[in-house]
Write a protein that binds this ligand. Structure first.
Ligand code: ADP
Length: 277
């Protein structure tokens, strides 16, 4: 039987209902840990080569949207997977609490400003989905306001696809137990303590509310134009391997190429070769 692609294995299934049914410690499509770790450098090399060609083409873009609970590994994914790409062709945007100016605009305003330019690989560390996640859980706007956003988001992402931006949405799915371990590690390790905020524990109490909000995000906004990929993220090695694979499969399908020069290189080659010092 043909091996199923990682995209097929991780795409939120039709009829998806809840993240409770997906195991955060699973490792779909991967061989054992040592093998996946050994395979990663080669994967990243090909990823970097594909990204370089996309950048050279300067016409289309790739956009990785990273969402997940606190400690789910958004920063780690950027460091380990995106870190090997050509920074010139990469645009990383972290969406934090909106500023006063941003709040005066529609929720998609700051998102549009953060979109990758043609050729770039964009990474959203959090995204427009916060406007139906934290905003919902903390009741920052009335229900009808956030509820209307699912359709807006779907239309927006469809528009991105039509405009040449391929969107890869990754939900880093961790367990509540694993979050506890990671928060403890942050407190225990002086080099990680800076990542801990006392507010993290308050957010942790809202875990069930966030889970239900994430369920709705996947249920309502996994579309053919922009499906959600749910990446089990309790194991960091699997997370890095799987996100690399997802990006690589997407880039292979986009199939970027170095552009043909609009001049004859031989003419300029001859000129340079004929130069005398
Ligand atoms: P991170 O946790 O991503 O490493 P921060 O600690 O600065 O970075 O957290 C960013 C915070 O901004 C998160 O708590 C997130 O929920 C919040 N945030 C992002 N987008 C919005 C939004 N649209 N409305 C309210 N809060 C938001």
């Amino acid at each position: 039987m043909a091996k199923r692609s990682i995209r097929d294995l991780l795409r939120a299934p039709a009829g998806f209902t809840t993240l409770d049914e997906l195991d955060p410690a699973a490792t779909p499509g991967a061989r054992e840990k040592a093998r996946a770790i050994a395979d990663l450098p080669e994967l990243l090399r090909e990823l970097s080569s594909q990204q370089e060609q996309l950048w050279a083409e300067h016409t289309r873009s790739l956009l990785l949207v990273l969402q997940g609970m606190d400690t789910s590994g958004k920063d780690g994914t950027i460091r380990h997977v995106i870190g090997g790409l050509n920074p010139a062709g990469t645009k990383i945007v972290a969406f934090k609490q909106p500023t006063a100016v941003e709040l005066r605009h529609d929720f998609l305003w700051r998102i549009r400003r953060g979109l990758p330019e043609p050729g770039q690989t964009g990474i959203f560390n959090r995204s427009h989905y916060e406007d139906v996640l934290v905003v919902r859980v903390h009741r920052l706007v009335p229900r009808p306001v956030w509820a209307a956003r699912f359709a807006r988001i779907n239309a927006f992402e469809q528009e991105l696809g039509a405009g040449g931006i391929t969107v890869v949405k990754v939900l880093l799915h961790i367990s509540k137990r694993e979050q506890r371990e990671r928060l403890l590690a942050r407190l225990d390790d002086p080099t990680k303590r800076w990542k801990f905020r006392p507010g993290d524990l308050e957010e942790r109490k809202r875990w069930p509310a966030y889970l239900r909000a994430y369920d709705d995000v996947v249920r309502r906004c996994s579309t053919p134009a922009a499906p959600w990929y749910v990446v089990p993220a309790d194991r960091k090695w699997y997370r890095n391997w799987a996100v690399s694979q997802l990006l690589l499969e997407t880039l292979r399908e986009m199939d970027p190429h170095y552009p043909q020069p609009s001049f004859d290189p031989a003419i300029y080659r001859a000129k340079l070769a004929a130069e005398r010092d």
